[in-house]
Design a protein around this ligand. Structure first.
Ligand code: ADP
Ligand code: ADP
Ligand code: ZN
Length: 215
């Protein structure tokens, strides 16, 4: 069970990775979550990453590759993992290939979340996250039971700084320029599977379970 979830910001990768990871019993590895944790903890890494994240730019490749290398070496990744939001550039994909070779494992595939830009903007503008447990909600499409409160831990939900409109536009441009080339990269490697992600959350989940073979 080793998959990459690839697609634009707001495509639903994190939402689906959380569901599949729980079902399959493998960790969801989100570089965005790990970087936000470093920012909150105020580590040197977090201080460096914050400048890029606030501007909607990618954090340098050597930084994210090092984070993923360390994470994938941990015991809980032995049975597999879901990479959510990594790799995002061709050098990151090459770095990942090196890490997997070191570990002596291969990828099962890359799920490409295909969704139009206008849908992504609508999803990002209504996204709310739990600052305590990282659960993700949407004010209309996936609301918590009590408005503004996390179902899992009761914390007050917040909007991410980078989900404000100006930053969203920049992130989409960065995606087109730096991340979208990975669609062809993994297609050529014979690993790409496309998900029509412009459908309700449960339907997308069912399709992903079919494609990954998770019962
Ligand atoms: P989204 O889920 O909206 O795509 P993420 O939580 O994955 O956003 O990422 C938020 C920000 O963290 C990115 O805009 C970028 O600054 C940084 N980031 C996350 N993953 C990576 C990565 N693999 N490479 C470079 N920067 C990253
Ligand atoms: P990504 O990790 O790709 O950036 P998220 O999983 O955080 O995307 O989803 C972005 C926003 O859209 C969140 O608010 C989430 O609740 C919502 N969302 C996710 N999947 C769907 C879907 N299939 N239909 C409608 N809204 C969705
Ligand atoms: Zn919570």
């Amino acid at each position: 069970m080793r998959w990459i979830f690839l697609g634009p910001p707001g495509a639903g990768k994190g939402t689906q990775a959380a569901r599949l990871a729980e079902r399959a019993g493998v960790p969801q590895i989100s570089t965005g979550d790990m970087l936000r944790a470093a920012v909150r903890a105020g580590t040197p890494l977090g201080l460096e990453a914050k400048r890029y994240m606030d501007a909607g730019q990618l954090v340098p490749d050597d930084v994210t590759i090092a984070i993923v290398r360390e994470r994938l070496a941990q015991d809980d990744c032995r049975r597999g993992f879901l990479l959510d939001g990594f790799p995002r550039t061709v050098p990151q994909a090459e770095g990942l290939a090196g890490v997997l070779a070191e570990l002596g494992v291969g990828l099962d595939g890359v799920l490409y979340f295909d969704v139009p830009d206008e849908v992504v903007v609508e999803r990002l503008s209504g996204r709310r996250i739990c600052p305590e447990c990282q659960a993700t909600y949407h004010v209309r499409f996936d609301p918590p039971r009590e408005a503004g409160r996390c179902d899992r831990c009761g914390a007050a939900l917040v909007q991410r700084h980078d989900d404000k409109e100006e930053t969203v536009r920049e992130r989409l441009a960065v995606y087109r320029r730096q991340t979208e080339p990975l669609v062809d990269y993994y297609r050529r490697a014979g690993l790409l599977k496309r998900v029509a992600a412009d459908r309700p959350i449960d339907e997308v989940e069912a399709e992903i379970r079919r494609l990954t073979g998770v019962a």
